[in-house]
Design a protein around this ligand. Sequence first.
Ligand SMILES: [Zn+2]
Length: 166
Amino acid sequence: MSNKSRLVIGCRRCKEGYEVANYFADIPQHLNLTTSFHQEDINALFFENYSCPFCHNTLYITPPIIEFVSVFENKNFHVKFEEYYIRIINEQHYIGLPKDKAPEDIYIDLMNSGIDIEEDITLPNTREVQYLQDVAHEYDRNQWVLEFESGNTEHSIDELTKNRYK
Ligand SMILES: [Zn+2]
């Protein structure tokens, strides 16, 4: 895999079913629990949408989700959409932005803990936080895993997450 940014999509119920309960002991080799899409594959997703290969549930890929990938393509952080938080991950930071809090209030909260998102280029600024919140409202986060892996960080989401809990 080249060191390029990619959008990772997966069905949360099937992924967690597999990881926790090991539902699919006989999972066929060619099926993956999550699928990666590079920039050039994203437009096709808009027309085809994403269907879970296991339960066939469909995630409708809306224009804001498509646009999100090009806007954040060259950023120096990964984005992981969780149910109530938007997780920003890179070598310097591992922070959760509340999905429903006003970006101005998030700015102040982070400022109080010594992080200035308007100055720190490794983090989304206030306008970009708003953008991420809009994407988070485009779909049911409870049903879908949606992550953006930046090609501009040295380590992957998995590596940076594992290192935190070592
Ligand atoms: Zn599924």
